[in-house]
Design a protein around this ligand. Structure first.
Ligand SMILES: Cc1ncc(COP(=O)(O)O)c(C=O)c1O
Length: 400
């Protein structure tokens, strides 16, 4: 299977002939697996005999999802978790001891920022933020003898920062440190960080991998030593295991991942082009556009730019909310990476607690809209945007 193509692996890798025969992986909705006798139980626990012991750290349905993800990311193993955040937390907990440090790009998802900024302190560890992650010297300067890993999210949510993975991997290797990449937005269908020199991959499988917005999940893909270590210690003590049903939904998601990502990318490019040329749009943030500062990084690194973008309207908070309320096909929700297109208005939702000053620092303007482009028909998306822009225009006229 290792020599097969991505789409073939996404459907077949790791499959075992479950008995009685079933084309689709059964959902083992069970936390325990009775043993034939005491001898077998002891052999499974010591690892002499393959088998399952307890649902917090192993389950046949989850196991298959882990094997399939490892095959797609090109790692020896993987361990699935209850959410993307629990994957990043488990990995940090496993790699860090009190006094240790992480070096991370500051363009990371808000939950990751919170975990590194405040959560690590509670574990006696800390983060050294790289505030200009496009500059490799900043990374070099942030590394200390206490650093245990480098962390980068690329593309990042919501800033759409694109890192130079080979350059970071080279630096990590020279310092004998693992490079961890959050590959949630690209997915392995568009970006293979291990082939570019990274060591560990984390995902929120809640997004494109699941694809329908039906289940929270996360995964860590890495060496056998790392994954066995997390399974034997951190996940046993801390407990955020992936539910078997969620693993099953993720397996279904993987079967169509490469096709969906192609359509996500094509629709996103069409939407980004429309937005870039629209007179009511101030700025569009999408690495697929030639005008984007990170566009040159994509070459040789990504097969496509995925479908997360942000844009700023020429207008204010009210114009942005009017625009969002006028959309008919595109959903207003706090999510991304699903078949349906989703917009979020950070200033009134995810970042509303920050206050004006802090929001500005985080690069969030009152008229900014985050947009996860789905796989609906391109024309319907463009028409929906066009009619919402007209509604914003009407509002402007009324004000005069
Ligand atoms: C890039 C990235 N990583 C991690 C997470 C956390 O994932 P979850 O919501 O599954 O905990 C998110 C969530 O949006 C994300 O966008």
């Amino acid at each position: 299977m290792s020599k097969k193509g991505f789409s073939t692996k996404a459907i077949h890798a790791g499959h075992v002939d479950f008995q009685p025969g079933s084309m689709i992986t059964p959902i083992y909705q069970s936390v325990a697996y009775p043993y034939a006798d005491a001898k077998e139980a002891a052999a499974i626990f010591t690892g002499e005999k393959p088998g399952y012991t307890y649902g917090r750290w192993d389950n046949p349905t989850v196991d298959l999802f882990e094997q399939r993800m490892a095959a797609l990311e090109g790692t020896d193993g993987a361990i699935a978790t209850a959410s993307g955040m629990s994957a990043i937390f488990l990995l940090s907990h496993h790699l860090l001891s009190p006094g240790d440090e992480v070096v991370s790009s500051n363009r990371v998802y808000g939950g990751t920022f919170g975990l590194f900024d405040t959560g690590l302190k509670k574990m006696g560890s800390k983060v050294n933020w790289v505030t200009k992650p496009e500059d490799i010297n900043e990374w070099k300067n942030a590394i200390t003898p206490k650093t245990k890993f480098l962390f980068v999210e690329t593309p990042s949510n919501p800033a759409l920062f694109i890192a130079d993975i080979p350059a970071l991997a080279k630096l990590a290797r020279s310092k004998k440190l693992p490079l961890v990449v959050d590959n949630t937005i690209a997915t392995p269908a568009l970006q293979q960080p291990i082939a570019l020199g990274a060591d560990v991959i984390v995902h929120s499988t809640t997004k494109y991998i699941c694809g329908n917005g039906t289940s929270l999940g996360g995964i860590i893909c890495g060496s056998k030593t790392l994954i066995d270590g997390i399974r034997q210690t951190s996940i046993r003590y801390l407990g955020p295991a992936m539910a078997p049903f969620n693993a099953w939904l993720n397996l279904l998601g993987l079967e169509t991942l490469s096709l969906r990502m192609e359509k996500h990318c094509a629709n996103a490019m069409a939407v980004a082009t429309l937005l870039e040329n629209h007179p009511k749009v101030k700025q569009v943030n999408y690495p697929g556009l030639d005008s984007n500062p990170y566009h040159k990084m994509i070459k040789g690194q990504m097969k496509g730019c995925s479908s997360l973008l942000s844009f700023e309207l020429k207008g204010n908070y009210k114009d942005a909310t009017k625009f969002i309320d006028s959309l008919r096909v595109i959903t207003h929700a706090t999510h991304l990476g699903t078949c349906r297109s989703i917009v979020t208005h950070p200033a009134s939702t995810t970042h509303s607690a920050l206050g004006e000053k802090e929001m500005k620092k985080a690069g969030i303007s009152p008229s900014m809209i985050r947009f996860s482009i789905g796989i609906e028909d391109e024309k319907d998306l463009l028409d929906d945007l066009a009619q919402a822009f007209r509604e914003v225009g009407k509002q402007g006229k009324r004000k005069k």
